[in-house]
Design a protein around this ligand. Structure first.
Ligand code: DON
Length: 570
C-alpha cells in the first residue's frame, strides 16, 4: 500500500514538473516564431506585417505596411490623418527615430482655444475643425520606408489598399466601437456614411469597405507624398477645413516634413534603452524614471509590493512634474534632454525621496532642470529574423480623432491640437499640465507621451514595446521594461500583469482592478498614498503589444487588455 502511494506521489510530482516546464506564465502564452514577429492591435494588420516578413521584407517594410493597414482596419487610431513616432534599431546597431507628429497650422495662435475672458472653451481643441493638426503619418511612413526599407512603396501599401477596397470582416470589437460612436459621427455626413451601414450599426461579420480611403491610398501608392499632401486628397482636406472653419491650408500640407531625430539613449542594469525624443516626452521620462530606480534593488522588493509601488510612484511624480515644465517641441523650445536623462540628475532629483512616506505633488515643483471619453492610440512592435527592430506608436489622439472625415477622402482627421497646453497649468484631456515649452505656435509640434521603445542587450534588440493610453503610456512602458529586466518575467506576463500610474497632477494613483492586493493597498495608504483610484482592466491603461527575442526566435504578445489584437506569424 505504502509503495503504491509512493508511486502515485512520484507520478504526481512528474506531472507537476512537466506542467511547470510548459506553463511558464500566468497570462496566455505569447506567440513564437523563429522568422520574426509582429504584434499589433489589429489581427488583420498583424497578418499583413507577418506576410511582408514571410516575403522577405525587413522589419521596417513590415512596420510601414502595418502602419498603412492599421489606417484601414483599426481606424480609431491607425491613420493617414494623424501622426506618430517610429523608433528603429537595425541589426548592425544603427538607431534612428522618425518624428511624424502633427504640427499646428500656420494660422494657429497661442490663445486660439480661449474665450474673451481667457478661459479654455470646452471641446474646441477636441471636437471641432480647429482641433486638427497638420497630419504627419504619410510623410513619416514613406520616409522611413525609403531610408531603411527594402521593398517598394507599391508592395507595402497594396495590402492596405486592397483591405480598403475589397473590405474585411468586422470583428465584434470593431463593430461595437463603430456603434458606440454613431451619435458623434452623425455630426459629420461623411463620417456617418462610412462608419454606419446605411444609418444602422455595423455588426460582427459585416464586410467593411472604404472606397474613398482605397482611392486615397492608391494616390499615395502612385505619387508618394505628393499623392497626399498635394493634389486631390489635399484639395479635399482643405475644402473640409474651409467648410468647417478649420485652419489647415495647402501651404500647411505641402510644407509638412517628417523629422529624423537622435533617439533618447539610456541604460538600465546593463541594458540599452532606445526611445523617442521630444516632441515626445516618453523617452526622456522613461529613462529618467529608470535612472531613479536603478539605485534600488527593485527585484528584491518584488512585483506588486507596496515598497516597490511607492518607489515607482515617487519617481513618476517627479518625472511628470519635469514634463510639465521642460518638455515641448525641440524646434521651438530648448528642451534640456541631456540634463533630464543624466544619472546624476536623477540621483539629485530623487534625493528627497522618503521610503517611509509619500510626498505631496503640491510640494514637488518641477526640477530646476478617468476620462469621460475613451481615448485611442495604437502601438505595434516588429522584429525580423535578422534582429532589425521597429517600435511604432501612432494616433489620432482621441478615439477616431476629431471624428471628422475629410469628405471624399475617407481620411479621419486627428484632434491632436489638444496635446498643446492651451493655457498655462490648465489640464488637457489627459489631465496633463504644461507651460511655455508646450504653448501653441504656428508650425510647432504638440508634446506627446507616445513612447515607442527598444531595449537592447549585448548588442542585440531584446524587447520592442510601447503602448497607447495618453499620459499612462510612459508608465506602461516603464513597467513592461521593469517586469522584464528586474522581475525576470517572460513577455506574456510582462505585458499582461496589472499596472498602475501616477502623473504628478492630479495627485492620485491609478491602478487596474485588483492590481493591488488589499494589504498592499493598506500599506500604500499608510505611507500616505491615500488617493488610489481603481479602473477596469483595458480602460485607460493601454495595450502594450510587444515582441521579444527569446531562445531560438522571437515571442510576440498582443496585450489582453483589448480584444482584436494579435501577434504573428501564428
Ligand atoms: O501623443 C499623445 O501623447 C496623445 N495624443 C496620445 C493619445 C492616446 O494615447 C490615446 N490613447 N489611448
Amino acid at each position: 500500500m505504502r509503495a503504491v502511494r509512493k508511486v502515485h506521489h512520484a507520478a504526481w510530482l512528474l506531472v507537476v514538473a512537466v506542467l511547470a516546464g510548459s506553463v511558464h506564465a500566468i497570462a496566455p502564452e505569447a506567440e513564437f516564431s523563429a522568422g520574426g514577429m509582429v504584434a499589433s492591435r489589429s489581427k488583420v494588420a498583424s497578418e499583413v506585417g507577418a506576410d511582408i516578413l514571410a516575403r522577405g521584407g525587413n522589419a521596417v517594410d513590415a512596420a510601414v505596411a502595418v502602419g498603412f493597414a492599421l489606417a484601414v482596419t483599426y481606424p480609431s487610431a491607425g491613420n493617414l490623418g494623424g501622426g506618430g513616432f517610429m523608433v528603429i534599431r537595425m541589426a548592425d546597431g544603427t538607431v534612428a527615430a522618425n518624428d511624424h507628429r502633427e504640427k499646428a497650422p500656420l494660422a494657429a495662435t497661442r490663445d486660439m482655444y480661449l474665450d474673451a475672458d481667457g478661459n479654455v472653451v470646452p471641446e474646441l481643441s477636441t471636437h471641432s475643425h480647429l482641433a486638427v493638426g497638420v497630419p504627419g503619418s504619410v510623410a513619416g511612413l514613406l520616409d522611413v520606408l525609403e531610408k531603411y526599407g527594402t521593398m517598394s512603396r507599391r508592395e507595402v501599401i497594396a495590402p492596405a489598399e486592397r483591405l480598403a477596397r475589397q473590405g474585411f470582416e468586422l470583428d465584434l470589437d470593431t463593430a461595437r466601437s463603430f456603434e458606440r460612436r454613431m451619435p458623434e459621427f452623425a455630426r459629420y455626413e461623411a463620417s456617418a456614411a462610412i462608419f454606419s451601414n446605411n444609418g444602422s450599426p455595423f455588426a460582427r461579420g459585416d464586410v467593411f469597405r472604404q472606397k474613398d480611403l482605397g482611392q486615397a491610398l492608391s494616390r499615395i501608392k502612385r505619387s508618394g507624398r505628393d499623392g497626399f499632401y498635394k493634389g486631390r486628397t489635399a484639395d479635399l482636406i482643405v475644402a473640409e477645413m474651409e467648410r468647417g472653419g478649420g485652419l489647415i491650408t495647402h501651404e500647411d500640407l505641402a510644407g509638412y516634413e517628417s523629422v529624423w531625430r537622435q533617439p533618447v539613449l539610456g541604460s538600465y542594469r546593463g541594458h540599452d534603452i532606445i526611445s523617442m525624443p521630444p516632441p515626445s516626452s516618453g523617452g526622456v521620462l522613461v529613462v529618467q524614471m529608470l535612472n531613479m530606480l536603478e539605485a534600488y534593488d527593485v527585484a528584491a522588493m518584488g512585483y506588486g509590493s507596496a515598497r516597490l509601488v511607492h518607489h515607482m510612484v515617487e519617481a513618476e511624480r517627479r518625472a511628470y512634474a519635469d514634463r510639465a515644465e521642460h518638455l515641448g517641441d525641440p524646434d521651438f523650445y530648448d528642451v534640456p534632454v541631456e540634463r533630464l536623462i543624466n544619472k546624476a540628475y536623477a540621483r539629485q532629483r530623487f534625493a528627497d525621496f522618503n521610503p517611509l512616506a509619500a510626498s505631496s505633488s503640491a510640494d514637488i515643483a518641477p526640477g530646476k532642470a478617468v476620462p469621460p471619453e475613451s481615448p485611442d492610440t495604437t502601438h505595434a512592435s516588429v522584429i525580423d529574423k535578422d534582429g532589425n527592430a521597429v517600435s511604432y506608436t501612432t494616433t489620432l489622439n482621441l478615439s477616431y480623432g476629431s471624428k471628422i472625415v475629410a469628405a471624399g477622402t475617407g481620411v479621419l482627421l486627428n484632434n491632436e491640437m489638444d496635446d498643446f497646453s492651451a493655457k498655462p497649468d490648465t489640464p488637457n484631456f489627459y489631465g496633463l499640465l504644461g507651460r511655455e515649452a508646450n504653448a501653441i505656435a504656428p508650425g510647432k509640434r504638440m508634446l506627446s507621451s507616445m513612447t515607442p521603445t527598444i531595449v537592447a542587450k549585448d548588442g542585440k534588440a531584446l524587447l520592442v514595446t510601447g503602448s497607447p493610453g495618453g499620459s499612462t503610456i510612459i508608465t506602461t512602458t516603464l513597467q513592461v521594461i521593469v517586469n522584464v529586466v528586474d522581475h525576470g518575467m517572460d513577455l506574456s506576463d510582462a505585458v499582461s500583469s496589472a499596472r498602475f500610474h501616477h502623473q504628478w497632477q492630479p495627485d492620485r494613483v491609478i491602478v487596474e482592478q485588483r492590481g493591488f492586493s488589499p494589504d498592499t493597498r493598506q500599506r500604500l495608504e499608510a505611507l500616505g498614498h491615500t488617493n488610489i483610484v481603481e479602473m477596469p482592466f483595458g480602460r485607460g491603461i493601454g495595450d502594450a503589444n510587444s515582441v521579444m527575442a527569446v531562445e531560438g526566435g522571437f515571442a510576440g504578445m498582443a496585450d489582453p487588455r483589448n480584444a482584436g489584437g494579435a501577434a504573428g506569424p501564428r
